[in-house]
Write a protein that binds this ligand. Sequence first.
Ligand code: HEM
Length: 498
Amino acid sequence: MTFVPTAAASLLAVTLVFAFLTRKRRRNALPLPPGPRPLPFIGNALDMPSKEMRTAFKEMNQKYGDIVYLDALGQPMIIVGSHEVAVDLLEKRSSNYSDRAPSAMIDMHVFLLPHRFGWAFTVHRYGQEWRRNRRAMHQYFNANAVAQYAASQKLEAHRLARRMIDDPEHFRQHIRRFFGSSALRISHGIEVDDDPVDYLKIAEEAMDIFSTAFEPGKHLVEVLPWLARMPSWFPGAGVKRDGEVWRPIVYKMVSVPWDAAMENMRRGTAVPSMVKGLMERMREDDGPDEEEVIKNASAVTFAGGSDTTFSTMQTFFMAMTMYPEVQRKAQDELMAVVGPHRLPDKDDEPSLPYIQAITKECIRWRSVVPLSVPHRSLEDDEYKGYFIPKGSIIITNISAFSHDPRIYPNPDPFSPERFLKDGEIDPTVQDPAAIAFGYGRRVCPGKHFAETSLFIVIATVLHTLSVSPVVGPDGQPIMPSGEMTHGLLSSVPFCGHR
Ligand code: HEM
């Protein structure tokens, strides 16, 4: 019996031999970073953690070193285990490491409006469209622009204090309102208090979906995009069903505030905002899609500004119930500097080092974006003698870096003192903001806004109230566990109302 190879079989054979030879040559030249041993065909698929990812990745880094390689069914992944390596790759080589992975979620139209831009530029590929969105947001959130919001934040902080005193039971709602309304005023010029629409609920629901959908490594469809073409009963394709439910909820977050802002502009009642400013400056030669850029960038501002800072504040409340002596020291400082007759404001910041240190420690102690948003490399690279293939997904374990004893000795307790020396902020201690807000060209554009908002809210709460744990039916305080939820965004699973 003789075999006559078909053209397809010959092509396949040639491709396999070519792939083998080129892989061999590349491997011979430089090794891949260390990591768990891959299995034939499936690589490290079985090593991919399905939950507790931050801990599993941390353990891998402890075992194999600060740079670990995983082959997730053919998708190269680099697990970065230290802040230093993250800076080396994502900042010093940012032109290569600023892409995001193509997302099946986006292809499945969960995060896509019926036009060619996905609205969440957080997940945009590196390129012109991402740049235009980012530039639009930067104009309103760079350090100088943020300084101009101090007066409105002060007003908002006063309203917050009033609500907290009148109705302490619902303190979480009041805090959420502070961040959501500050962001929505800047992005769309909408006053939450004067509007019957529950914009904050809309944002909360959309961000829950965003967090679930983009949790790094959670959905197989992101690694095997062909699953998106399978029926939803097919194993791993069930997320398509979720997508149908998610899409209108996510879309509401873009369209509802946008329609309101457009209506205000038509009526001539619009107050200054990102939408108004950018729409007025839109030039004819900007092209028809410029309006879409403005629509998307403002929605992302509202979305990003609402949930992340709110989660950090939950960390603050948890820490204050667990560490009452920190709270006492902070209140002593506020009483000495601000006094009993007024509320703290931005200008007090240099005189309140202990409050500054608490803000830093809240950002460090519990990461609200624990694995950041993964970056992706555009070209083959070499780092410390290892080969990093083009198209690698780069995971930065922010929660592990923030607890790295090489940077923060004795990292587990909540200790603002770690940032202080002789009663002043110690400039030699690594600022946790340089870790928590990500790296390089993708670094969080809301960073300055988040930091100033957190400072003013923390100072206001501590100057007007005392935080204590909920008391159970047996009269005993119910202490929070210190645990955080899982997802792209992480928060405190709260155990009470106060
Ligand atoms: C405590 C508060 C916050 C934390 C910890 C945080 C953290 C992060 C992190 C880790 C990233 C990914 C960075 C990377 O890829 O390297 C990110 C991206 C982003 N954040 Fe934040 N963020 C916070 C607040 C905000 C606020 C207030 C806004 C909006 C006003 C915002 C808007 C964004 C946007 C739009 C991106 C995507 C940037 C891009 O892909 O180019 N964030 N943030």
